[in-house]
Design a protein around this ligand. Structure first.
Ligand SMILES: *Cc1c(COP(=O)(O)O)cnc(C)c1O
Length: 377
C-alpha cells in the first residue's frame, strides 16, 4: 500500500531545531523568553500594520482572551459565522454568553454581510445589542471584510477576526488578521505554519496586549505575594515551541506559494470534469493562502457525490474531509439563533477538502490525479 497522503500535515522549514536548541542552551524552558519575543516581532513585521501580537497556547485561547477584552459577559450575545470550526464559538459559551449564528455568502463562503446587518437590526430592535462579531476567513479565503468592517463600525460593535486558517492571506494588500479590533492566528499541527500547538492574539493597542498578557499569566496583581483581583488563565506559549514558530516564519511565504500551487493543480485537474467547482478567489483583490483547496460537487451534473469521492480516496489511502458543518446545525449549538438562507448548509452538502499540504509532492499529485480521473469516468 502507498503511504497515506494527509490533508495538511506539519511541514518543517529546517531552522526550527536551532531555535529550540537556543532555548535549551540559555535555559529559557519557560513560557517567556527570547524565542517568544522574537516570534511575536516576526509576526508583527509580517502582518505589516501597527499591531501588537501576543503569542498564546492556542487559537482558541486567543479567541477567549479577545472576548474578555471585548467585555463579553454572561448572557451577552456574540455574533459568529456559522460555517466554521467549533473553536470559533466555544469561547462564547465559556463566558456564559450566547452565540448568534450568521450564514455564509457564495463568493467567499464566509459571513454574509446582508445577513449580518439583518441580524444586528433585529437584535437591537429586541433590546439586545450584540457585544462582538466573530468573522472567519475559512480555508484561507478572506471574508468580505470591507463590508463587515463598515457594518461593525456603523453599529459600533467590536470585530474579532478569526484568522486561524488565513495567516498569509490578504484583501486589497492588507493582511488577514489585521482587519478587526482583534485578530487571532492558530499554530495547531494542521495549520499553514505550526508550533505543534499554539496561537496568537493580534491587538490594536499595546494596552490591550498588556491586559491580555496579564490575563494569560494567571492575573497576578503587582505584589510580592500572589495577589489576585481578577480571574486569570494559564494561556502563555512556551519559549521552547516559540522556537518552532520562528523557524516556520522563515518559510511562511514559501509555504503559502506551495499551497497556492496546489490550488492551481486542482483547478487544472478538474477543468474538464463536469459538475465540479474548485474554490478560487472571486475577484483579484482577494489573495488566499489556500490553506485547504476545497471543491463543490453538484451530483446532478457529476457521476459521483462528494461522499462517494471521499470514500474512493480513503480506499486509496488519501485523506479528504467534508467542509465544516455549520454550527447552527450542530447538536450542541442548535438552540441558538441563526440568520441566513442556508447557503452554508448547501456548501456543506456538496463540499470536500482535498489534500493541500505544502509538502505535497509531484508523486502525490500523480497518485491523486489518476484516482480522481478514474473516479469521475
Ligand atoms: C484551528 C481553528 C481554531 C482553533 O485554533 P487552535 O489553535 O486549534 O485552538 C479556531 N478557528 C478556526 C477557524 C480554526 O480553523
Amino acid at each position: 500500500m502507498n503511504s497515506k497522503i494527509l490533508l495538511s500535515p506539519p511541514h518543517m522549514g529546517g531552522n526550527e531545531l536551532n531555535f529550540i536548541n537556543s532555548a535549551f542552551e540559555s535555559n529559557w524552558i519557560v513560557p517567556m523568553g527570547p524565542n517568544i519575543d522574537a516570534f511575536e516581532t516576526d509576526l508583527e513585521k509580517y502582518i505589516q500594520e501597527d499591531k501588537n501580537v501576543l503569542s498564546v497556547s492556542s487559537g482558541t485561547a486567543a479567541i477567549h482572551l479577545a472576548l474578555i477584552l471585548s467585555d463579553v459577559r454572561s448572557n451577552d450575545e456574540v455574533i459568529c459565522q456559522s460555517m466554521t470550526f467549533s473553536a470559533s464559538a466555544n469561547p462564547i459559551i465559556y463566558l456564559g454568553a450566547k452565540p448568534v449564528f450568521i450564514d455564509s455568502e457564495t463568493d467567499t463562503w464566509n459571513m454574509c454581510p446582508n445577513a449580518l446587518e439583518n441580524c444586528i437590526k433585529d437584535r437591537i430592535k429586541n433590546g439586545v445589542k450584540p457585544k462582538a462579531i466573530i468573522v472567519v476567513n475559512l480555508y484561507g479565503m478572506p471574508a468580505k471584510m470591507d463590508s463587515i468592517v463598515t457594518i461593525s463600525k456603523r453599529y459600533n460593535i467590536i470585530l474579532i477576526e478569526d484568522s486561524a486558517e488565513s495567516l498569509g492571506s490578504s484583501l486589497n494588500n492588507k493582511k488577514c488578521g489585521t482587519f478587526g479590533d482583534f485578530g487571532i492566528f492558530s499554530f495547531n499541527g494542521n495549520k499553514i505554519i505550526t508550533t505543534s500547538g499554539g496561537g496568537a492574539l493580534v491587538c490594536s493597542t499595546s494596552h490591550q496586549k498588556e491586559k491580555a498578557l496579564f490575563l494569560a499569566t494567571q492575573a497576578k496583581d503587582t505584589a510580592p505575594h500572589y495577589q489576585h483581583s481578577e480571574i486569570g488563565y494559564n494561556y502563555r506559549m512556551s519559549n521552547v515551541i516559540a522556537g518552532i514558530g520562528r523557524g516556520q516564519m522563515q518559510v511562511l511565504d514559501k509555504h503559502v506559494n506551495l499551497r497556492r500551487e496546489n490550488n492551481n493543480f486542482y483547478q487544472s485537474l478538474f477543468k474538464n470534469i463536469k459538475g465540479v467547482f474548485v474554490q478560487k478567489e472571486f475577484s483579484e483583490n482577494y489573495y488566499s493562502n489556500h490553506w485547504l483547496t476545497c471543491i463543490l460537487i453538484d451530483d446532478k451534473k457529476s457521476s459521483i457525490s462528494n461522499e462517494e469521492l471521499r470514500l474512493i480516496l480513503i480506499e486509496n489511502n488519501i485523506e479528504s474531509r467534508p467542509l465544516w458543518k455549520p454550527l447552527h446545525l450542530q447538536p450542541v449549538f442548535r438552540k441558538y439563533k441563526y440568520f441566513g438562507d442556508n447557503i452554508s448548509e448547501q456548501l456543506f452538502n456538496k463540499g470536500l477538502c482535498l489534500p493541500s499540504g505544502s509538502s505535497l509532492n509531484s508523486q502525490d499529485k500523480n497518485r491523486i490525479s489518476k484516482i480522481i480521473i478514474d473516479a469521475f469516468k
